[in-house]
Design a protein around this ligand. Structure first.
Ligand SMILES: NC(=O)c1ccc[n+]([C@@H]2O[C@H](COP(=O)([O-])OP(=O)(O)OC[C@H]3O[C@@H](n4cnc5c(N)ncnc54)[C@H](OP(=O)(O)O)[C@@H]3O)[C@@H](O)[C@H]2O)c1
Length: 316
């Protein structure tokens, strides 16, 4: 029997999808129709997508959100505007952009609301721009918009070499804070190169024995690291934990304000892009994978170790 799709002029694309929760093997490349932008949305031809830890957490059914199968993973992308929906005047076909989509970004195309994207700085590649959403944006919300870190404050960043941490160190230094980062032995000199005043190797040193009176902590690690963090914070300090939910009671007991970074606004995206244009941010790509190798990209992310962000390239 012929496929009814043959008779309709539907434009097709390749996308990574899965049809049930599971290990990385559930990820497969399939051919599906290109989505159409609705009113207020743009259609993006994706050149690169960021691979975030949340992508494999969702794939394993560990993330508290409803999932409709088949599911296209990914939220972070960089690419080129291919078409605009009704009412969109900010963006034009051919604009180079980066941003966030909730429709899946491990694909040749996605749609996104016009406010969820920003112009890609000309000084960086599409692969580098794909690291910004869920990396720079999360760090910016935590350190700048919501954390309101101030000059000379003492800031501790757990997981300082990661996809969020690399930006958090640079934002806190840009503000003029004293920055201490934690990282594994392979990443100590890398975090120092980002500008950290001190880097603690978590494999051989206990940070709570080295740092005290901290004004602000960004915790991207959680677990035992979070449990040992309370004692280093000042009374009245702030804690942004993005990997787990710190207990409210514990925060009250230590006089700590909890911060939960929200979704970046278009102003946040623009501010980050401007810092990049001014040459004030460096971006590290851990490894670039072809779309067809999404399984390996997830397996690497699931190790919980690495430097910078893993990226999928759609053009391979
Ligand atoms: N809520 C949000 O908006 C949001 C957004 C993004 C991410 N997140 C969550 O935040 C967490 C981190 O995300 P990410 O994208 O930065 O992850 P990532 O890119 O995978 O980086 C993780 C980093 O943690 C470091 N690390 C591992 N164990 C550590 C320890 N005990 N102490 C200090 N550092 C340690 C690793 O460094 P070594 O290789 O040196 O060990 C690695 O560089 C994930 O759980 C993710 O889901 C939340």
């Amino acid at each position: 029997m012929s496929d009814p799709m043959d008779k309709i002029d539907v434009k097709l694309m390749r996308a990574v999808r899965y049809h049930a929760f599971g290990e990385a093997e559930v990820l497969q490349v399939e051919t599906i129709p290109i989505p159409q932008p609705k009113e207020g949305e743009v259609l993006i031809r994706i050149l690169a997508a960021g691979v975030l830890p949340v992508d494999w957490k969702i794939r394993r059914g560990l993330f508290p959100m409803p999932v409709q199968f088949p599911y296209i993973p990914g939220t972070a992308f960089a690419g080129v505007v291919e078409a605009v929906g009704a009412g969109v005047s900010t963006w034009h076909i051919g604009d180079a952009v980066f941003g966030r989509s909730t429709k899946g970004t491990y694909a040749a195309y996605t749609t996104a609301p016009e406010d969820a994207i920003a112009r890609k700085p000309a000084s960086i590649t599409y692969e580098e721009a794909a690291t910004l959403s869920g990396g720079a944006t999360t760090a910016w919300r935590a350190i700048v918009s919501e954390g309101q870190v101030k000059p000379n404050e003492r800031v501790l960043i757990h997981g300082a070499a990661g996809g969020v941490g690399m930006f958090a160190v640079q934002f806190a230094k840009w503000i003029g804070a004293e920055v201490i980062g934690t990282a594994g032995p392979k990443n100590v000199s890398y975090v120092a190169s980002l500008g950290a005043d001190k880097v603690i190797d978590y494999s051989s040193e206990r940070f709570e024995e080295i740092v005290q009176d901290v004004d602000f902590v960004l915790d991207t690690v959680s677990g035992d690291t979070l449990a040992r963090t309370w004692s280093v914070l000042k009374q009245g300090g702030r804690l942004a934990s993005i990997a787990g939910q710190p207990p409210l009671e514990k925060a009250k007991q230590h006089g700590i304000t909890l911060i939960r970074p929200g979704i970046a606004t278009k102003e946040d995206l623009k501010a980050i892009a401007e810092l990049i244009e001014e040459g004030k941010l460096t971006i590290h790509i851990d490894q670039c994978f072809a779309m067809a190798d999404a399984r390996q990209a997830h397996e690497k992310s699931e190790t919980g170790h690495g430097r910078g962000r893993i990226v999928l390239r759609m053009t391979d």
